[in-house]
Design a protein around this ligand. Structure first.
Ligand SMILES: [Zn+2]
Length: 150
């Protein structure tokens, strides 16, 4: 499968969802860890996911993965969104940020303990006036867990 026409190999429903993720700007970060090797963060209503795409020099998709739980098809909507973002970047010839895979935000956060994370969120909440927003998100997450249980 090639990035130029990957749509041909993807189920319609996943393609439609991926396209709207892309057009809604949910590919919140995209960088290159090496030539033709891309890492991305994809946002969502509650969860954010990490995806990776490796291409050959002529645009063949050599490797793709996403850490979301979707397993009903080869590609998920997040990967579709990232493929669209990479293709736009290639078409426009724009320079992507270069950084190692391990320098992603999630990897850095995972190294911190709970009290450091709570402190960081607390600081951000007051620095950027996000107290209400964060409280709402915490309530939403509780609702989601309730719903998943039933
Ligand atoms: Zn995914």
């Amino acid at each position: 499968m090639y990035i130029a026409d990957f749509e041909l190999g993807i189920e319609e429903k996943i393609l439609t969802r991926g396209k709207s993720y892309f057009s809604d700007g949910l590919v919140v970060d995209l960088w290159s860890e090496a030539p033709n090797r891309y890492c991305a963060v994809i946002g969502g209503r509650v969860h954010y996911y990490d995806a990776e795409i490796h291409l050959s020099a002529n645009g063949e998709i050599l490797h793709h993965c996403c850490d979301c739980p979707y397993d009903r098809g080869e590609y998920c909507k997040h990967e579709v969104a990232v493929l669209l973002a990479i293709r736009r970047h290639l078409e426009q010839g724009t320079a992507l940020k270069q950084r190692g895979k391990k320098r992603g935000l999630r990897a850095s956060l995972q190294k911190k303990n709970k009290s450091e994370l709570v402190n960081l969120l607390y600081q951000l909440a007051y620095e950027y006036d996000l107290q209400g927003y964060i409280m709402n998100r915490l309530d939403c997450n509780d609702d989601d867990h309730e719903r998943e249980r039933y």
